[in-house]
Write a protein that binds this ligand. Structure first.
Ligand code: FMN
Length: 216
């Protein structure tokens, strides 16, 4: 396969993983490679404003899983009818099953006080962290691992759990682990929650045109 075809193949195979974790430990060399992929992501002013905390302790994994279960219930209470019934069937995390959580933090003090390119757009730091997460996700896919991004949590809870100082913002809990396989169809599509919108619905010529966007 050509290099470009391999890259597109990984991009298309990448899936958010919840159910497929086997619990087999991730090889240290593989973990180092996917973290290195994250660490060479683009970042505003080359600030590299990320931190990665590896969580494997069973008690910590369970504590976080319990918190996420509460937040899932809080979200479920905002739904009714068909949405509530559909959501009931959707798994939103594989925290304990994966055996490894990578908590990604954003440290806005990295790169000093005058980060090149961030003076007008403070969020550019956060965007950089998300680029690192995507690199990690694609590298993990290429390595045959599953990744599940969990966002059903309160930031203060996760900050305390992993000991981030006040100025470091938790951006993601990533469940990372060996999998039996990756689903071809995203869970949210499979369970009828939502479908990927067509590309045409988000393209605009020259200027944004309200109403040309088919995606709702
Ligand atoms: C910022 C962000 C937060 C997410 N939070 C969750 C989550 O809490 N639980 C979950 O199961 N999936 C979560 N996801 C995964 C999405 O549901 C998933 O990416 C989407 O359904 C498309 O599926 P795919 O990633 O397999 O293509 C999150 C994804 C992103 C980018």
């Amino acid at each position: 396969m050509q290099q470009s075809a391999q890259l597109y193949d990984v991009i298309n195979r990448r899936r958010d993983t919840r159910r497929e974790f086997t619990g087999e430990p991730v090889d240290d060399g593989v973990l180092h490679r996917i973290l290195s992929a994250a660490h060479c992501a683009p970042s505003v002013g080359m600030s590299q404003p990320w931190d990665f905390v590896m969580v494997r302790d069973a008690t910590t994994l369970e504590t976080f899983r319990d918190h996420v279960t509460d937040e899932r219930a809080a979200y479920a209470r905002t739904l009714d009818g068909e949405r509530a019934a559909t959501f009931e069937r959707i798994k939103v995390e594989g925290i304990v099953e994966s055996g490894l959580g990578i908590v990604v933090g954003y440290d806005p003090t990295r790169g000093g006080p005058n980060v090149l390119g961030r003076h007008a757009i403070a969020d550019a730091g956060l965007y950089s962290v998300v680029c690192a997460i995507q690199n990690l996700w694609l590298a993990a896919t290429a390595e045959g691992l599953g990744v599940g991004w969990v966002s059903f949590y309160r930031e203060e809870f996760l900050r305390d759990l992993v000991g981030f100082p006040e100025h470091v913002r938790p951006v993601a809990w990533l469940c990372v682990g060996a999998v039996s396989g990756l689903p071809e169809v995203p869970d949210l599509e499979r369970f009828g929650w939502r479908h990927r919108s067509p590309l045409d619905g988000v393209l605009h010529d020259e200027r944004y045109q309200a109403g040309s966007n088919l995606a709702t």
